[in-house]
Design a protein around this ligand. Sequence first.
Ligand SMILES: Cc1cc2nc3c(=O)[nH]c(=O)nc-3n(C[C@H](O)[C@H](O)[C@H](O)COP(=O)(O)O)c2cc1C
Ligand code: SF4
Length: 471
Amino acid sequence: MALEKIIFKGIDDPDHSLKHFEANGGYETLKKMFKDKMTPADVIETVKKSGLRGRGGAGFPTGLKWSFVPQDTGKPKFLLCNADESEPGTFKDREILEKDPHLLIEGMIMASYAFNANTAFIYLRGEFVKGWHHCEEALKEAYDKGYLGENILGSDFTLNMYTHRGAGAYICGEETALIESLEGKRGMPRIKPPFPAVEGFYRNPTVVNNVETLATVPAILKNGPEWYRQYGTEKSPGTKLWSVCGHVERPGVYEVPLGYPMKKFFEEDLGGCWKGRQLKGVIPGGSSTPCMTSEEFLACNMDYENIAEHGSMLGSGGMIIMDETTCMVEMSTVLAQFYHHESCGQCTPCREGTGWVHRMFKDIEAGQPQPEVKDLLFDVFTEIFGNCICPLGDSIVMPIKSMMERWPDEFDYYIREGKSKVTGKTRLGKSAMPDKPDNWRRGKPFNYPKPEEYVASYSGRAHATGNVNGK
Ligand SMILES: Cc1cc2nc3c(=O)[nH]c(=O)nc-3n(C[C@H](O)[C@H](O)[C@H](O)COP(=O)(O)O)c2cc1C
Ligand code: SF4
């Protein structure tokens, strides 16, 4: 299996203009779709047959999602492209937004046509300024050329498309929080059902799809579902983008057929761990997925089912590689900080639980944990998991719990000694806290060190590329 490019066919090309996109066959499939008078039902059927699954994390079948949109309500229908991409370790959609915006727009026109949406939005993470500019330029070009607007390419189909920038909240990537945010409210997830396909944007039928999902549609309509199914596995057909960061020789974004052997990918395509170091663990699907040991990671294949069989999840395909110098306690603290900060606060187990987990890890790092802190942490995990409105609560549990279960000695050591078993020090830059004053209990405040007093006791490169502590 070679790493053939389907979504990334035009990605290395520095020119993202419409002229260039058209010169390479862009919008030809859209023209053919109208010329051949493909019906919306034909488009849905083709995508269903291809087996394409949503690339935003949940892996839900795309054609099936489109078919859920009721056509007889008399309400307007909407397509929302989820370009929020804020999960630590995930940076694949940014490539498409910046380097091939017309591919996304072509896919969005096809998707909108499939379930009769006349309005579409690209909801971008606020920090994606370059991607936003490139999408805006591309939208203007597409309008000028008649690919968007009234009666597209002489058909009776009308579609208007807009960009919308978020304000930098990870939770706005959750589809119902995204809808709330787009409606001008605080980005807080809604209880489901009703699902957006039935009641979404301003309570109208709405499909939310990931950038990569939508950018895959033109290739499927061009070449047919059987062609697409030659890549990947029976249950996970096609190719997938993986963003790879951390302690690895060749970080970057890769398009790989689903089912590709992980060992081959890691050793041959990524060049293994950087500096010839030993691989320790990997978070394979964005920071919310369980961390795998090197043995589990190297034994699995890169598809939804096989990664699950080896104890984790494919998620968004954001791979965080950690070598032998990584302290799992410190990694857990960083993740806890992120999820605590990003909790929208509307459900108690998530709002309070993420804060407790974060505080307990700060206590551990400060050399002053509460007694039985490990048991307490597992208790809090049980209270959070499955008890929240959206999966953000679960997302602090899965990676941290998996690390505590797979590397228990590191946690025991840190709790007992007040320093990392791996680095021999704390992130306070001291070998250990000198003594343990009896002031860790609630009610008696402990003076936590100021952020500038923390120093990275592990590689700066992991920080920079993993974006785990960048916020
Ligand atoms: C906290 C949270 C953040 C999410 N962030 C994103 C995101 O940035 N991009 C994305 O496509 N999906 C994200 N999702 C998943 C979306 O809710 C939704 O499943 C997805 O956009 C559907 O598109 P798909 O079917 O094409 O995968 C997130 C989910 C959660 C719970
Ligand atoms: S789980 Fe957390 S982020 Fe999700 S709705 Fe509840 S409080 Fe908000």
